[in-house]
Design a protein around this ligand. Structure first.
Ligand code: HEC
Ligand code: HEC
Ligand code: HEC
Ligand code: HEC
Ligand code: HEC
Ligand code: HEC
Ligand code: HEC
Ligand code: HEC
Ligand code: HEC
Length: 432
């Protein structure tokens, strides 16, 4: 009898189950495929169910939890070993069905916040996700009953969860911005909130995204590097420098000591993001400094002010250094073309170019004397190389003079000899 019922369930699929259950057949009589200790009643039945009821089984095959031997009951509760549907899905066995959105963080964290349990699988795994999450804007709004915010499952998925280091994971760095943008770029979904929905679009145009997503340089930041993995918080205006400074250490140190740190704090301006933007960070250019647009300085400092004078002076220093470097490069190339040995001077030019890079960082002091000092160091090296190139070129021309002299002498002697021979020949003919 049981066997026949099972076959009919299998062949009539979901409709049959629902009908059978709806027809008031006691759940106790609804048989599941007999499941031994090693079998999984949940999978055996759900793998034959359509759509949303069957998909979890397919996705779960490659899930990190499945790999660790965790099964459906790890999250949903229930008894996978029973063959009795009522027992399988009884409340007494902890079956929760589909978890409510507001319950998901606690659900995942019954394991993920449990230090001893988690350390059995991975001695170094972090167990702080829930406590960070609770401090995030997402976590705080969820606690107030807002179910549109991100929970663990919005970022990681619920079935098919992969380690963050797996390139196919939704939280693998180049994939993160797409994961966040599911909600944050959806103007309809975010309509009730008073924040822009342009972050992902802006980010995609940034130098950071170009490095991370096109060049696959994992040292460039994506959303969670600036907002935290689980703490998803908007940085407060006076923490931006610290946030960017995780990676741009020198820029941060100089900026923090500059007059702008205090001035921007008082005006509640977001530090680095004022000049570089937060999401659409572009490659820096020397045109950003100076007393004419597109310099960023002109947006705050008045024409003719001493601050713009500083900006112009800094720019002039930069152009000066670039100029010497350009000249030196030119002359070194000419010298090499003539076959002169200038490898040492060429090597020294590395130092001049690195000085130029340092000057661009030194700009964050917004102090002319400091920038000038760094510029002079670079100029000295480049000027040295320029002199070496010029000397080599001069030496080449000098050598040529010495090479030409014997040639002229040889031609002269050859000419004289020829004339002499003709003279002797003529004498002989006259005689004959
Ligand atoms: C004999 C077949 C069968 C077995 C065994 C079974 N399920 Fe189901 N499950 C269903 C059907 C049919 C539905 C859809 C109808 C319903 O919600 O009860 C369902 C629904 C669910 C849902 C969604 C509930 C919701 O509220 O949307 C979850 C989650 C679930 N099952 C998990 C499990 C787990 C975990 C196990 C093992 C402990 C399991 N199932 C065992 C047939 C089965
Ligand atoms: C790591 C925890 C976890 C495991 C393990 C897990 N699930 Fe789920 N499952 C969830 C979460 C979370 C949801 C709710 C998803 C949501 O609301 O977006 C869910 C939802 C579901 C649903 C409802 C789908 C829907 O869209 O209505 C079904 C059915 C289901 N799971 C079945 C299973 C089956 C079968 C297994 C074992 C193969 C399983 N789950 C393993 C966490 C898990
Ligand atoms: C807003 C998106 C988001 C939410 C919400 C979220 N995570 Fe994460 N999670 C991430 C990202 C991004 C990473 C990858 C971090 C990295 O690159 O190292 C991550 C990493 C992890 C890791 C790997 C170890 C670690 O901490 O780096 C675990 C485990 C984890 N999350 C569990 C959870 C749990 C449990 C919750 C719910 C309490 C949760 N996550 C909520 C985005 C999220
Ligand atoms: C039954 C316990 C349990 C539950 C419930 C659970 N997990 Fe896990 N999870 C683990 C274990 C164990 C690992 C493997 C840890 C390891 O070996 O690094 C893991 C690994 C992970 C990883 C990969 C971590 C990494 O190395 O990058 C993520 C992400 C993750 N879980 C997210 C979730 C989410 C999201 C939920 C809730 C929907 C959840 N887990 C529910 C036990 C659990
Ligand atoms: C399931 C949808 C969803 C996903 C996925 C999601 N978020 Fe959110 N997020 C929201 C909602 C809704 C808010 C609340 C808007 C508000 O703050 O008023 C929010 C708020 C925020 C805030 C605070 C904004 C503010 O100033 O108030 C930040 C920062 C944030 N999310 C970052 C992220 C990052 C980073 C990711 C990806 C790692 C992410 N979010 C993924 C829905 C989502
Ligand atoms: C390089 C660092 C950085 C990256 C990468 C980044 N953000 Fe931001 N984000 C910021 C800063 C800084 C602010 C706050 C600026 C302010 O206070 O004016 C911010 C603000 C926000 C806000 C608040 C609303 C707003 O637009 O001002 C949200 C939401 C947000 N970011 C989401 C994201 C998402 C989603 C991504 C990935 C697509 C992302 N961020 C990538 C630095 C970053
Ligand atoms: C997780 C590390 C990380 C964070 C956080 C970060 N950046 Fe970057 N940033 C990089 C890397 C790596 C590069 C590429 C460096 C290169 O190629 O010269 C870069 C490049 C840049 C450039 C272009 C440099 C150039 O040579 O033109 C600017 C400007 C910049 N970042 C500003 C910022 C600002 C402003 C913030 C904060 C809102 C920030 N970054 C946050 C890692 C980071
Ligand atoms: C008042 C405007 C301003 C502020 C504030 C500012 N910068 Fe800059 N930044 C510039 C200018 C101008 C340049 C252009 C240098 C060049 O290319 O000549 C620059 C260049 C850069 C570069 C590329 C050169 C380099 O050092 O590698 C990075 C990276 C950078 N800034 C990061 C930051 C970070 C991080 C902060 C915050 C701690 C910050 N900036 C604050 C104006 C600013
Ligand atoms: C967002 C507005 C803003 C931008 C952009 C800006 N500044 Fe300022 N700057 C200020 C404020 C405010 C102060 C403090 C009050 C003052 O001295 O005017 C200040 C102070 C200074 C000072 C110190 C003056 C003193 O006497 O101590 C210098 C120098 C300066 N800025 C140069 C620059 C340069 C160079 C740039 C462009 C790379 C620049 N600033 C971009 C707002 C800005």
């Amino acid at each position: 009898m049981r066997r026949i019922a099972w076959i009919s369930i299998k062949s009539f699929g979901l409709a049959a189950i629902v009908l059978a259950m709806g027809a008031g057949l006691a759940a106790a009589q609804t048989p599941a495929k007999p499941a031994g200790k090693s079998q999984n009643a949940c999978i055996n039945c759900h793998q034959n169910l359509p759509g949303k009821l069957g998909d979890p089984v397919k996705k779960f095959k490659k899930d990190v939890h499945a790999q660790k031997g965790i099964t459906c009951v790890g999250c949903h509760g229930g008894d996978q070993t029973s063959s009795n549907f009522a027992v399988i899905k009884s409340k007494e066995n902890g079956f929760i069905g589909r978890p409510k959105v507001t319950d998901i963080p606690e659900l995942c964290s019954k394991c993920h916040s449990h230090l001893e349990y988690m350390r059995k699988f991975s001695p170094s795994i972090d167990v702080g996700q829930l406590s960070s999450y609770k401090t995030s804007v997402h976590g705080k709004l969820l606690a107030k009953g807002d179910t549109k915010v991100a929970t663990c499952a919005s970022c990681h998925g619920s079935h098919g969860i992969l380690p963050a280091s797996n390139a196919a994971s939704s939280v693998y760095p180049p994939n993160v911005s797409e994961t966040c943008s599911k909600c944050h770029s959806d103007t309809n979904y975010m309509k009730g909130y008073k924040i822009p929905t342009s972050q992902h679009n802006d980010y995609l145009q940034s130098i950071h995204a170009e490095l991370l997503m096109v060049k696959r340089d994992l040292s460039a930041p994506t959303c969670n590097d600036c907002h935290g993995n689980h703490g998803a918080f908007p940085p407060t205006v006076n923490s931006v420098s610290g946030m960017c400074g995780q990676c741009h250490v020198n820029n941060r140190n100089l900026f923090d000591k500059s007059p702008h740190k205090k001035a921007f704090g008082a005006l509640r301006l977001p530090e680095c993001a004022v000049c570089h933007s937060n999401h659409k960070v572009l490659r820096a250019s020397d045109k950003m400094v100076g007393d004419t647009p597109p310099s960023v300085c002109v947006s705050c400092h008045a024409k003719g002010s001493k601050q713009l004078q500083t900006a112009a002076n800094i720019r002039a220093q930069l152009e000066g250094l670039k100029n010497v470097i350009g000249q030196a490069n030119n002359k070194l190339e000419s010298a090499e073309h003539l076959g002169m040995e200038v490898s040492e001077a060429k090597f020294n030019m590395k130092e001049a170019r690195s000085a130029l890079i340092k000057v661009r960082t030194e700009i964050h002091t917004f102090s002319f004397p400091d920038v000038k000092k760094k510029t002079e160091e670079g100029k000295k090296v480049a000027e040295g190389a320029l002199q070496a190139a010029l000397a080599a070129i001069q030496e080449f021309h000098g050598r040529r003079r010495w090479v030409i002299f014997p040639i002229v002498l040889t031609i002269f002697l050859a000419g004289a000899l020829y004339l002499k021979l003709r003279e002797i020949e003529g004498n002989d003919r006259n005689r004959g």
